[in-house]
Design a protein around this ligand. Sequence first.
Ligand SMILES: [Zn+2]
Length: 116
Amino acid sequence: MYCPKCGTQNEDNAFKCVQCNTVLRSAIATSSTQNIVFFMAIGSLILGILSIVTCFRVFASIPAIILGFNVKKKNKLNPAPLESAIATLGIIFGIIGSLATLFNILVFWSFRRYFL
Ligand SMILES: [Zn+2]
């Protein structure tokens, strides 16, 4: 890899630049951030799906949307199309889950005399 400060070529796994001693490990930090973003995106997707298929919609749909938007925010600094796509799905499912919750409440409210 090339040193971001002085441009000297270093070993790919070098910890510091041989020329200027700049720490070069940011690439590894980036990949672990990428893993976190990936898990956040998957989490968003799973919560989004749960928000549609389970009764505990609100508890899954809101975190799905929040996680999804966090992935999008991190994605601006560090573009990752796959994570972005997964997060988009998570947000969409989360929104569907939220709408379904609202719909359930409305239906329940409209027909409450049949339920109670
Ligand atoms: Zn350097």
